[in-house]
Design a protein around this ligand. Structure first.
Ligand SMILES: NC(=O)c1ccc[n+]([C@@H]2O[C@H](COP(=O)([O-])OP(=O)(O)OC[C@H]3O[C@@H](n4cnc5c(N)ncnc54)[C@H](OP(=O)(O)O)[C@@H]3O)[C@@H](O)[C@H]2O)c1
Length: 306
């Protein structure tokens, strides 16, 4: 059952079927928000929708949409209009990365990422923020990253896209500061979701050797920050310390630090790479050229289940 009275309010969350987005959707539902869940996999959307309806007694709408596709964000907006929905909270969460040297990675994949990580974020923010501004109320949570302020070798396009999200969000916060609309940027550190597997980044020092955060904890910090009107949330002590270091170190030193964290791990053991249906399908859908870092994918083992 929902715990708070937000009856009649609706939150739209992109990428709500796994990881941080799923945990965020749970928090909105727990607080009584009806939900609009956006993702590609229809079976997961259906399963998550049933789970939230039963557990929290809220209304759940699902929109099956591939935000890699130009124009998809507008179709999401049009579908909510057609259903007569007012979006009280927008969470631009869906996002992906790609691991590898830029000269080896696939350009089509990177253009897809720009559509997902940047164009859909600008578009959905444009459509719903205008309405929120007219009503003088509403909340937007933007998924930036600890990489938003750190140029990141081997994830160059992804980190640059998250730099965009943070810069864009901070500018909008200033533009909207006289209004009652709340906009919050969430900057998670490495988090234990499907992200690394979809990006093919399980070989990195970050994934294999460093502590990674629990998506439920990251979502809780983001949700709390949004509800209390914070402009920026950096969850976790280590993540906060790295962010603080980033403000005092010269840019070149930050990039060199990220290079060490992203290079393929040479340590025996470490966190095991997992391949499950969603990430296996993601990798299979790409036609990337084999770069020299890709050889490490031989270590990936198969695991059944979502
Ligand atoms: N995990 C980390 O270390 C980390 C750190 C900092 C920031 N972030 C950011 O946090 C956000 C959430 O990522 P996550 O770690 O929770 O990843 P995740 O577990 O892989 O979840 C991604 C979600 O987005 C959806 N999605 C992926 N591609 C999509 C597309 N083309 N169109 C529509 N939906 C799509 C997925 O569902 P379908 O596959 O069914 O579409 C899934 O629901 C992202 O913006 C990511 O960049 C993650």
């Amino acid at each position: 059952m929902a715990e708070n009275n937000n009856q009649g309010k609706t939150a739209l969350i992109t990428g709500a079927t796994s990881g941080i987005g799923y945990e965020l959707a749970k928090l909105f539902a727990k607080d009584g928000y009806d939900l609009v869940l956006v993702a590609r996999a229809a079976d997961r959307l259906q399963a998550v929708s049933e789970e939230f309806k039963q557990q929290y007694d809220v209304e759940v709408h699902t929109i099956e949409k591939d935000l890699f596709t130009p124009g998809a964000a507008r179709q999401v907006y049009d579908e909510t209009k057609k259903s007569g929905l007012t979006i009280d909270a927008l969470v631009n969460n869906a996002g992906q990365g790609e691991y590898g040297r830029f000269i080896d990675t696939d350009l089509d994949r990177e253009i897809d990422l720009v559509h997902l990580d940047i164009i859909s974020v600008i578009s959905l923010t444009k459509f719903y923020l205008k309405e929120m501004a007219d009503r003088n109320e509403g909340k937007i949570l933007q998924l930036a990253s600890n990489l938003s302020k750190a140029p990141t070798p081997l994830m160059s396009v992804y980190a640059a896209s998250k730099a965009f999200v943070l810069s864009f969000t901070e500018a909008l916060i200033e533009e909207m500061k006289e209004s009652e609309v709340i906009i919050t940027a969430l900057l998670p550190g490495p988090t234990d979701t499907d992200f690394f597997h979809k990006a093919g980044a399980e070989v990195s020092v970050t994934y294999k050797e460093m502590p990674i955060y629990d998506p439920a904890e990251v979502a809780k910090a983001g949700y709390k920050g949004l509800m209390s009107g914070k402009s920026k949330v950096i969850p976790g002590a280590m993540n906060k310390a790295e962010a603080a270091m980033g403000t005092v170190l010269p840019d070149g030193a930050v990039t060199a630090m990220m290079s060490k964290q992203m290079k393929p791990s040479e340590k025996e053991g470490g966190r095991e790479a997992i391949s499950h249906p969603a990430s296996a399908a993601e990798r299979a859908s790409m036609h990337s050229r084999e770069g020299d870092l890709r050889g490490h994918e031989g270590h990936v083992h198969e695991e059944q289940g979502a």
